[in-house]
Design a protein. Structure first.
Length: 210
């Protein structure tokens, strides 16, 4: 079971360092609603958001493990698309990038990197050090989908820059979605909330491998 008090300390430390709620959400793999609840001190008088705390450390500490997971995502991609339907693999900063890099290598496709907006009013941006998406058929790679806002923004930016998103792949889907902005969504794992709690018990649970 997740120690809520420790999470409260972590989110407040990140906030003090200048992290936005969006950046805290991405760093700790929590929904924005959960971050807001934790920043308020996780009051017992409020019903905590239904969420899943995701941790990738057991995979992320070795490049070989990341590549092995990426190869599974490649298999999922190949179920959905022909290689001729793909031009560019786009990783969402930060956690989607290493998986996207290995998928790009395995499939022999271009690599693009996208940094989401930290504030809703501001648009995200593509890194000029990597491939552009203009005229390209793009697969978006990220680690977790919670609300879908980051991925919706990424799809919009790809389209605004002349590209077309043909598939979105994530490691963990914390929603019941099968698409984002009408783009098909596939995940390695899915976590679903049942009756206001997370499968397996209380409001916040860790999933091994997730």
């Amino acid at each position: 079971m997740i120690d809520i008090d420790n999470l409260v300390v972590k989110v407040k430390q990140l906030k003090k360092k200048g992290y936005s709620q969006k950046e805290i959400s991405s760093d700790l793999h929590l929904s924005i609603d959960t971050v807001k609840w934790l920043l308020s001190g996780a009051p017992s008088t409020e019903t905590p958001p239904s969420d899943v705390k995701i941790g990738w450390r057991s995979v992320g500490v070795f490049g070989s493990r990341i590549k092995n997971v990426a190869s599974v995502l490649v298999s999922i991609i190949q179920e959905e698309l022909q290689e001729s339907d793909i031009d560019t693999i786009m990783g969402i900063a930060i956690n989607g990038i290493p998986y996207a890099a290995f998928i790009s290598e395995i499939l022999g496709k271009e690599l693009a990197v996208y940094k989401p907006a930290t504030e809703p009013a501001k648009g995200g941006q593509f890194s000029s050090n990597f491939a552009n998406v203009n005229g390209k058929k793009v697969i978006i790679i990220d680690d977790v989908i919670s609300t879908g806002n980051t991925l919706r923004g990424a799809v919009e930016e790809v389209e605004r820059n002349g590209g077309k998103v043909v598939l979105i792949c994530v490691l963990m889907n914390k929603t019941q979605r099968n698409d984002v902005s009408e783009c098909p969504l596939r995940a390695l794992l899915r976590a679903r909330s049942i009756g206001g709690t997370i499968l397996g018990g209380g409001p916040l649970h860790s999933f091994p491998y997730a």
